[in-house]
Design a protein around this ligand. Structure first.
Ligand SMILES: Nc1ncnc2c1ncn2[C@@H]1O[C@H](COP(=O)(O)OP(=O)(O)OP(=O)(O)O)[C@@H](O)[C@H]1O
Length: 244
């Protein structure tokens, strides 16, 4: 059935997740629309990862998650990545192309697709470099290419700045914005602790502390007043995990 333009890609209503006595998410409502850049902010343990796991279909929940996303790309945190993993950048990207074992001819096509995805994120120069020889920012690009190689409608990033220096982080957001400008239907959802980054790069923000404290345009949600009311402080370095 055809969907009206601008209708949500994902609509979450009454989303509740309990781990024994812990309520990780409590009646969360939100909608992600095509072209949105959503920042998900909240203190440690506030349910951000659990929300992502529900959107990815990896957690059991009560409530509803309605999705018309055909493909979702996911970039995990890279800070704990094992660099001794034997492989080259291009192989990580190829592993993101879903499907049966392709055989030698398709493998060549897959390599071309993987190299095109690496080029999209400015990482084609290190396609054949082993993973242990990549910097944090370069490894981040490889995982970004892996998430984008199958043309997702939603790209989800879990704290993309973790393990990447400030310059690499700025490059990453520039790269993401460029990609989204070339693919305006793509929705991006990103977990971050940095409200300055959210205010700068995300049009929409969600403040989460098990339940939704605020959800809407970043300029309205991320005021110092709202952050102070929500978290009791505005942290050093704009980091919600640090008490000032
Ligand atoms: N598998 C699990 N079993 C039991 N409790 C869990 C499990 N996963 C998460 N929790 C609890 O649910 C709550 C939300 O955790 P979650 O990881 O979603 O928070 P978060 O906002 O992503 O935290 P952080 O910023 O530290 O990554 C926390 O209290 C956490 O301890």
């Amino acid at each position: 059935m055809a969907e009206a333009a601008g209708s949500p890609l994902i609509r979450v209503s009454g989303l509740t997740v309990r781990y024994g006595a812990v309520t990780a998410l409590d009646h969360v409502d939100l909608a992600i629309t095509p072209g949105m850049f959503l920042a998900v902010l909240g203190p440690n343990g506030s349910g951000k990862t659990t929300l992502f796991r529900c959107l990815l279909g990896l957690a059991e929940y009560e409530g509803r998650v309605e999705s018309r996303a055909r493909r979702i790309g996911y970039v995990p945190q890279i800070k704990n990545f094992d660099r001794s993993f034997p492989g080259r950048s291009v192989e990580v990207v190829i592993s993101g192309i879903v499907g049966a074992w392709p055989g030698p001819l398709a493998l060549r096509r897959h390599r071309e697709r993987a190299c095109a995805a690496l080029a999209e994120v400015g990482a084609d120069a290190f396609a054949d470099r082993p993973l242990h020889a990549l910097s944090g920012g370069q490894l981040q690009r490889v995982y970004l290419a892996r998430a984008l190689v199958h043309g997702p409608d939603l790209l989800m990033l879990d704290e993309p700045a973790a393990g990447v220096d400030r310059a690499g982080e700025a490059d990453l957001y520039e790269c993401l914005e460029g990609y989204q400008a070339r693919n305006p239907e793509l929705a991006v959802a990103m977990i971050t602790h940095d409200w300055e980054v959210a205010r700068h790069h995300a049009d929409t923000s969600l403040l989460l502390d098990h339940s939704v404290l605020a959800f809407g345009p970043s300029a309205e949600v991320l005021t110092e007043d709202t952050l102070r009311r929500a978290f009791g402080h505005v942290g050093h370095h704009h980091d919600l995990g640090v008490t000032s």
